[in-house]
Design a protein around this ligand. Sequence first.
Ligand code: PEP
Length: 244
Amino acid sequence: MAGKLIIGNWKMNTRAQSAQSLVDALLEQPACDQPWVGVAAPAVYLAALGARLQGRSIRLAAQDVSAFASDGAYTGEISAAMLQDIGCAYVLVGHSERRQYFAENNPQLLAKMNNALAAGIVPVLCVGETLEQREQGDYLEVIYQQLAVLAEINAGEYLIAYEPVWAIGTGKVATLEQIAEIHSAIKTWCLQNAKPSASIRVLYGGSVKAENAESILMTDNVDGALVGGASLDAGSFRMICQAA
Ligand code: PEP
């Protein structure tokens, strides 16, 4: 079944050998070797994995992209053009870990989104509230502020990932009601405010596992999943892909 998109976010994990083995294990699984499945590997391994994925269906994704648009004296940065050059189809933008540890803010994220769009890479804007923000009750406002970037971007196709910070890597999953509420609110906000995309698709991320993938993916307005921890295990990731 197609229609739902599954992207695995490996974060800062794997080594050259284990990254290749993981991709090889996924390629052996028909449920995984599909155009609606992506793997966001660490930047240093993307080129080798891109070569491995040539002629196959799994899409390559990056975890970040530079806010600088063109080549130049930006030590340590990786441009959207470089990611495009090695075959990246997607790039995560504004993952909560980057917002938290690298203080990424909307002006930077706007530049990153535009750079990806200009390079023909589909950016996945990650949004989500902290536990404190949820408990204070102003989580929708927080999410709308993060989405504001989408009102200013240049035209092109993008995706959104709703990832409540309190559900990432914690084993705490948002309830299906909470997911449905936020995904619906995000789509309504986008229809009213965002630059149009080919379609407005919202992935859910936050402790998605083999056991809960099906119910999450069947929830209203959930168009796929961004999977962290469970994407590092080929068996678990296969089961999530099967649920898509
Ligand atoms: C993520 O980091 O994007 C994520 C959803 O992580 P996990 O699945 O481990 O909660």
